[in-house]
Design a protein around this ligand. Structure first.
Ligand code: 9MG
Length: 293
């Protein structure tokens, strides 16, 4: 039997006395993920990876079948569904929520019927029929900010005031959701680090996480292995080791986001992130006297 686990009670605001973000492990059933962890549609390996992440302390698994790296080619909803459903089926008894990363209404419908617990949409439900599909699913949703489209978004990102513009966009999408029947309590917001943004834009947004909390929804932050890390290293006169070598930078940014109150961290390296957060939590709890686990 399929057990759909609701992710909302796991988020920090719903766990008084327990600190810090939930770790969301990334499982890409794509053939060209930027991070070098693609599973080429291999459902059995995807299921095994998700189980290993759950055992390592992930609180949510985010399953995706379309690469969102800059320059990536889109996949059809049918291809996406064909890749995702066997994995969802293999994770029926996982015991932690499985999120589906998709921009397609048809995929949202198919995956919610197959046991997905959360819809993660990098286009904030702007796609045709997506608001309605998400509303009808009854599932919580992640609304992410992106300037442009994955294919071209890094060509010339431009903002007058990146924080104000991202904040206004997310507020408008929360309002669009409300009009479609998706209540604020079901919404998680994401500034979209790396999606149509320069390194300076990304750094400004990471500093502005406390301000974005003013939108009244939990925040998801995805920094794992992203090119921001390489750009900052190059700026500091160091080599960029490429996505697979960016774990230390990913952990530093994960701890920063935790300190700023992020509710969910979307990561490739679950065990390492859980270890970093455990130490951060121990120090933070020692200061405040709050319970450690
Ligand atoms: C699918 N995907 C890739 N990066 C992401 C990020 O930063 N946030 C969310 N919500 N999804 C992402």
């Amino acid at each position: 039997m399929h057990t759909t686990v609701n992710p909302l009670p796991m988020l920090p605001a719903a766990r008084p006395g327990v600190m810090g973000p939930v770790v969301m492990g990334i499982v890409n059933v794509t053939d060209d993920s930027f991070s070098g962890d693609s599973l080429n549609g291999d459902a059995a390996r995807a299921v095994a990876r998700a189980r290993a992440m759950a055992a390592a302390g992930a609180g949510i698994i985010d399953l995706g079948a379309e690469s969102t790296r800059p320059g990536a080619a889109p996949v059809s909803p049918q291809q996406e569904i064909d890749r995702l459903l066997p994995v969802l089926d293999g994770l029926k008894d996982l015991g932690i929520p499985v999120s589906v990363d998709t921009r397609n209404a048809a995929t949202m419908r198919a995956c919610s019927a197959a046991g997905a617990a959360l819809l993660n949409d990098i286009s904030a439900l702007e796609g045709a029929g997506s608001l309605q599909a998400a509303a009808e699913s009854g599932l919580p949703v992640v609304l992410m900010h992106m300037q442009g489209e994955p294919g071209s978004m890094q060509q010339a990102p431009h903002y007058e005031d990146v924080v104000a513009e991202v904040e206004a966009y997310l507020a408008a999408r929360v309002a669009a959701c409300a009009a479609a029947g998706i209540v604020r309590e079901r919404i998680i917001l994401d500034p979209g680090i790396g999606f149509g943004k320069t390194a300076d834009h990304n750094l400004a947004l990471l500093r502005a996480l406390p301000r974005l909390h003013g939108l009244g929804c939990p925040l998801l932050v995805g920094v794992s292995r992203k090119s921001l890390i390489g750009a900052v290293l190059r700026d500091a006169g160091r080599d960029d080791p490429g996505p697979a070598g960016r774990l230390p930078g990913s952990l530093a940014l994960a701890v920063w986001a935790a300190q700023q109150g992020a509710a969910i961290l979307r990561v490739h390296d679950v065990a390492e992130t859980v270890q970093a957060l455990t130490l951060w939590r121990a120090v933070a709890a020692a200061e405040s006297g709050v319970q450690k686990s």
